[in-house]
Ligand binder design. Structure first.
Ligand code: ADE
Length: 337
């Protein structure tokens, strides 16, 4: 018999909602700033962490984009991703689908190729070194134009095989899913899998989730916790087998709490909820800490934790044989624990 803490730490896990740029820890930020001759507006790591005092999505996003100024060369993106993989290998993360935000780099003069080549090289090395398999999801910034998203999709064409899907993120206010109907239809026709953010407690959250289902035709929703306000919407999410990638610690920073009760409510309605870390350098806690926080706040037993972990492999964008391989590993762990 093991403790729940050990169970959460040791179970093989999949991360499906993780910004690689959101893993830029202050220590690495200072190191890259020095390497690239950039002055940061903070004197120390401690001072920088103190400034991470967010109370909503826009206040977080301002820090998040500002922090990226140190990412300039291919090697910077490689080091960023390698630091992440090294860290989560120790948390028994075995599979990752990670977001990246190309427009946040190309808009400041960093080439698309620089970003993706650094990330891709790290993915290969992490596979060899840690046995972590990973795939990239390219996000469009919803507070930029649909034309800019379309240009980004074109830039990605050369790297089509390196990207599994596309997503939508950044400031949701006034930027509904339907602003991007055409570019998502184009992405679908090019074979990308589709997801979108519906951040927590946004203006028109429920309406945005409906648009994701009925207009865009997403395969899953990132966050999407407000679906619980509409029983018909919950039933439709279950009927379509869509997953919700929720992020408890992030919720506590950009809204008024982890939303643990709502997350459990969604799970009870049969929705495939998964627990993830979002931007762990800014909302402190990688996947293990997020699972633990939810477990503690909602007093979950190990069967429910295992269900959350299994859900992630069930909705991951994997081939059937890979999926069953991972699920067998999870089941073998549960059986042997
Ligand atoms: N970009 C990085 N993290 C994000 C989040 N949680 N919501 C929207 N855009 C983001």
């Amino acid at each position: 018999m093991t403790t729940i803490e050990h169970f959460i730490g040791a179970i093989p896990k999949a991360e499906l909602h993780l910004y690689i740029e959101g893993t830029l820890e202050p220590e690495l930020k200072f190191e890259l700033a020095k390497r690239n001759g950039i002055d940061l507006p903070y004197a120390s790591v401690g001072e920088m962490r103190e400034a991470y005092d967010f109370d909503d999505l826009p206040s977080f996003l301002a820090q998040y984009y500002e922090g990226m100024s140190v990412l300039l060369a291919e090697e910077d993106f490689y080091d960023l991703a390698m630091a992440y993989f090294t860290r989560v290998a120790a948390e028994n993360v075995v599979y990752v689908e990670m977001f990246f935000d190309p427009q946040a780099h190309t808009s400041r003069g960093v080439e698309f190729s620089t970003v993706i080549e650094g990330l891709h090289r790290a993915q290969g090395d992490a596979g060899e070194r840690f046995g972590i398999r990973s795939q990239l999801i390219m996000c469009f910034l919803r507070d930029m134009s649909a034309e800019s998203a379309a240009e980004t999709l074109d830039q990605a064409e050369k790297y089509r095989d390196w990207i599994v899907g596309v997503g939508l993120d950044s400031d949701e206010k006034g930027n509904p899913p339907i602003k991007f109907t055409d570019v998502f239809a184009d992405a679908r026709s090019r074979g990308y899998r589709l997801t979108m953010h519906c951040d927590v407690d946004q203006e028109d959250s429920v309406e945005h989730i409906w648009q994701c289902l009925d207009v865009i035709g997403v395969e899953r929703i990132d966050h999407g916790v407000n679906a619980i306000e509409d029983e018909e919407l919950c039933r439709e999410i279950v009927r379509r087998g869509l997953g919700l990638t929720v992020c408890p610690i992030s919720n506590a920073y950009v809204t008024d709490g982890t939303k643990a009760d709502l997350i459990v409510g969604l799970l009870e309605r049969g929705i495939k909820v998964t627990v993830n870390s979002d931007d762990p350098a800014y909302f402190p806690g990688y996947i293990e800490e997020n699972l633990l926080r939810l477990q503690q706040e909602a007093d979950l037993d190990s069967t429910t934790v295992a269900r959350l972990v299994r859900n992630a492999f069930e909705i991951a964008w994997l081939e059937p044989d890979e999926r069953s391989g991972y699920l067998a590993r999870v089941d073998a762990f549960i059986g042997g624990d």
